[in-house]
Design a protein around this ligand. Structure first.
Ligand SMILES: [Zn+2]
Length: 100
């Protein structure tokens, strides 16, 4: 996966505190929610990242996470990173192949 450095580099200069967590009412909850929690600045950052990925002409995906590149933007409590994938896909690999 190639990071769209040009569009996102200025956004990544400041660290953020995004928390991505599973909200489930017990292990058997059939309708769990994903919590995206952050302060105003970090939510605005996330919105800008979404727009940058939507407008990126070269890449259809972008990932960052607490244990991946971009870890400075996640809180220590974050259970998940994010894989943003714009459709239609412009390469052969999909989100399931992100680690390859
Ligand atoms: Zn793709």
């Amino acid at each position: 996966m190639v990071i769209p450095e040009k569009a996102l580099a200025p956004l990544f200069e400041q660290a953020h505190e995004i928390n991505v967590k599973l909200l489930a009412d017990g292990d058997d909850d059939p309708y769990p929610l994903i919590l995206l929690e952050a302060d105003k600045s970090s939510l605005e950052f996330l919105g800008q990242v979404l727009i940058a990925v939507a407008r990126d002409d070269e890449h259809c995906g972008f990932q960052f996470g607490p244990h991946h590149a971009g870890s400075a933007h996640f809180s220590r409590q974050s259970q998940f990173g994010l894989y943003l994938h714009r459709l239609p896909c412009t390469h052969e690999m999909g989100p399931d192949d992100a680690d390859q």
